[in-house]
Design a protein. Structure first.
Length: 99
């Protein structure tokens, strides 16, 4: 979210495959779970955007994010794609559009 704000995005959609986390993000009450401080800090960070939404996405519908996360784990240097997409994930984006 910090990066999205730094590059000037005005709105964000937060998608997670954990329904529990999304429920905490969407709740107006404080998160008292062991990871509550992370949820609360993240919720505060979303206040920088004009629009924000939180969405639960099942793992099988989140193949692009899964592939990009795996690419990051195997990368030695930081990689940022603002307009183009990594070639390994291009196919998954096309499949995801039809999903």
């Amino acid at each position: 979210m910090s990066f999205a704000h730094e590059v000037g995005l005005r709105g964000v959609v937060i998608e997670r495959d954990s329904e529990t986390i999304i429920k905490h993000f969407s709740s107006k009450s404080d998160c008292l779970a062991s990871f509550g401080n992370i949820v609360e800090d993240s919720k505060c960070a979303t206040l920088n955007f004009h629009s924000r939404s939180f969405s639960h996405v099942k793992r099988n519908g989140n193949a692009v994010a899964d592939k990009l996360a795996k690419l990051v784990n195997h990368s030695i240097t930081p990689q940022i794609w603002l307009e183009d997409l990594h070639s390994d994930a291009t196919y998954l984006v096309c499949v995801n559009k039809s999903f």
